[in-house]
Design a protein around this ligand. Structure first.
Ligand code: HEC
Ligand code: HEC
Length: 412
């Protein structure tokens, strides 16, 4: 890199840090209403839980209780205190970029939709995020309310009513269905707001520094760990930069966890292509133990009735959505069933699955043997990838400080 570029990136970084401190996020009235609905416990069966109970910013908008104890607490409990999800609670930050569920001819597979199996398709409300937000209120494994009318009534009698009418007008409550849609629209607007989709990680500062040098720079093109000295310096460590190169190159992670810009020069990478794959993640016996019951196999995408009806050969069974890796260091455990308590284990599994030292897969069909399973990464290379993944967090609390915040958040 030449001298001018270095000066450019130093100035650029200064601006980012300076503006980062001063920048207060201003939300629109719709987003503020959504934030209130996201946080209030009034919309749960015993008024004891909210969306935020399971999706807290301190744990990257996943469940703080799971991060506190990823081995023994891999899944979330619903508002009734008994029902539990059989799936790992994902981060919801950045979920708003997920396209509506559809078949893609070029890819030759399904793309988009929310939930691990894409079942919040977006086909009904035109937006998977808003559609998803209607599920937890009535889900026993979520907020466990009896019906839509009860949720709408709880909003009508809350002190958010003025905000609601301010946004949706006097007839916002005209009928239950449209009021319920409005609630979902507001929550989705909050989830998409810069307060949640922050792009505030150290990786994002590095991205910004690269764009100062060359607005068209494509970070997915960094594949050689030997050349990272030529990249903007001072934001990421040498190991983290090497990790990025291995992530893109030898590891092949970016084939699914896309590391090129979402919108060139405007929106940084989201680290997912929203497709579906079976990585051969083993069954998680911990969940069975917590449930004190024998659990059915989770067939993921192919387990959906609407998919199964058009999938006689069973080509979709065992597939789960490629998750974003943003905030990944804050969202342990990992995998659709939380089988992996740490990033170390998850990455080691992707590297060595085919070598035979792992438990058999939960679903043995359709396993991706092309891109993962036998990567030939050394211990140092695995460690570099993990160091890179840790740069994707939107906050940098660690150790006792993080622990204290988690304890507080998990009680909420
Ligand atoms: C009891 C814990 C719990 C509560 C409460 C909860 N969620 Fe979730 N959330 C989950 C779990 C578990 C999943 C994954 C379920 C699946 O994939 O089948 C999930 C998935 C999601 C997703 C999909 C993310 C993705 O990338 O696919 C979004 C968005 C989301 N929740 C938003 C919300 C909103 C909004 C609320 C409140 C209305 C809420 N959640 C309440 C546990 C919870
Ligand atoms: C072929 C596509 C593909 C490739 C290549 C790939 N992944 Fe993934 N990744 C996925 C899918 C799909 C899941 C979810 C699988 C499941 O839970 O069943 C996943 C899950 C993960 C998770 C857990 C995420 C969470 O929220 O629980 C991490 C971490 C991860 N991958 C990192 C990597 C790294 C690092 C590499 C490269 C060494 C990599 N992946 C390569 C598709 C891929």
């Amino acid at each position: 890199m030449n001298r001018k570029n270095i000066i450019c990136s130093v100035v650029g970084l200064f601006l980012i840090f300076a503006s980062g401190k001063a920048m207060a996020v201003e939300l629109s009235p719709l987003e503020i209403l959504g934030e209130n609905l996201f946080k209030t416990k009034k919309l749960s069966l015993y008024q004891n839980r909210s969306c935020k109970s399971c999706h807290n910013p301190i744990s990257g908008y996943a469940d703080p209780a799971n991060l506190l104890n990823p081995v023994k607490s891999p899944v979330s409990f619903g508002a009734d205190g008994e029902s539990m999800s059989i799936r790992n609670t994902p981060s919801l930050a950045y979920a708003g970029f997920t396209p509506t569920f559809h078949w893609d001819d070029d890819i030759g597979g399904y793309v988009g939709g929310l939930f691990w199996d894409g079942s919040a398709t977006g086909h009904f409300l035109g937006d998977p995020l808003a559609e998803q937000a209607q599920d937890p209120f009535l889900n026993p494994v979520g907020l466990a309310m009896p019906d839509k009318g009860t949720v709408v009534d709880a909003v009508r009698t809350s002190h958010y009513i003025t905000k609601f009418i301010g946004v949706f007008g006097q007839d916002g409550f005209a009928d239950i269905d449209s009021a319920y849609d409005h609630i979902a629209t507001a929550i989705a607007a909050f989830e998409r707001s810069p307060k949640v989709a922050k792009f505030a990680s150290r990786f994002d500062s590095f991205w910004q520094a690269c764009k100062e040098v060359d607005p068209a720079m494509d970070l997915s093109a960094i594949t050689d760990p030997g050349t990272v000295q030529s990249l903007p310096q001072g934001v990421l460590t040498e190991q983290e930069l090497q990790g990025l190169a291995i992530f893109n190159g030898k590891g092949g992670c970016a084939n699914c966890h896309t590391s090129s810009d979402y919108e060139t020069g405007v929106t940084p990478p989201l680290f997912t292509n929203s497709t579906y794959e079976n990585l051969g993640v083993p069954f998680n016996p911990e969940i069975e133990e917590i449930a004190q019951d024998t659990l059915a196999i989770d067939y993921g995408l192919g387990g959906r009735d609407d998919i199964a009806a058009n999938d006689p050969a069973g080509l979709e069974i065992g597939k789960f959505k490629v998750p974003t890796l943003r905030n990944i260091a804050l969202t342990a455990p990992y995998g659709h069933n939380g089988y992996f308590p740490s990033l170390e284990l998850m990455v080691h599994f992707l590297n060595t699955r085919e070598l035979g030292s792992w438990e058999p897969p939960e679903v043995a069909d359709n396993i991706n043997t092309q891109d993962v399973g036998r990567l030939g990464l050394s211990q140092e290379e695995e460690a570099a990838i993990i160091a890179f993944l840790r740069t994707l967090s939107d906050h940098e609390l660690t150790g006792p400080e993080l622990y204290n915040h988690l304890i507080f958040a998990a009680e909420k």
